[in-house]
Write a protein that binds this ligand. Sequence first.
Ligand code: MN
Length: 309
Amino acid sequence: MGLRYSIKTSALALIGLKVLDRPREVLKRAADAGYDAIDVSGDPATITPKIARQMARIAASFDLKVSAVGGAWGAWQVGEERDLASSDDAARTYAVGYAEKCIDLCVHLGAPSFQLCAAPFRPQYPFSSVPIDTLRRNFVRSTKEICRYAAERGIDIGIEPINRFEGYPGFLNTVADAVSVVEEVGDSNLGVMVDLYRANIEDPSVCSAIRTAGTKMMDVHLSDSNRHAPGTGHIDFVAIIQTLDEMQYQAYLALGILPATRDVETIRQGVLETSLSYMKQLERGLALQKSVYRRRTDLALPHSHPDRS
Ligand SMILES: [Mn+2]
């Protein structure tokens, strides 16, 4: 089926491969590991247009595309408030401005899409201090502004639902929430990014999250239930690959592991060795199943059983 794989630059940084410090060496390592693309962390304050264009050129020299720019929305990532759902209009506008700078970064990098989240500055668990309707109204307004800016530059926007611990409990936690916001905004350049680790926490099942996103799905963010390498947790990747195959999914699976362990050697293996080989072995397994069952139209593939969805 030939899925395409991208690697987040933030995952490479976990093992000391910082793309801004040593772009040629780091991008070569990503290409040698078998990735098709990189997913660049949204840091427009550091990645100037010149640096971005240079990064894209070096990536292209190794046959790597730039699949997306990922938003740094969490306060832990940047230490400042970037809250698209804020009722403080100055704070909300500041977050929209950050998104616009990241959209410019997409243009310089040749990345087709940028990712949005609704992330409060302070944790809200277990209940949001702001009514859900208010959060939604603010977020929809921000998203409309961002989509307009992005459309003028040929960039797509993907909303990534996040769990109650990182986001707002009750708002934009599930893929169904994200799809309903996409439908309300109604812009054609707006879709959903499905993060498997996060969908595993809040959605009915990871495969149902993927099906719910359907044709609105942009990239899939790849990690297991423990946010470590695929195969180390309890997400059913056979069922996921089969679901993506049935949907004729064309975009990327972007590896974004962030395990609790700080053991650099196991993270290195996950980033550079095991994740891709594991996924590609499962793809080969599915191809074998399909060839066995091709002539037996009376039989469903083993993993098509409804219990697996
Ligand atoms: Mn993600």
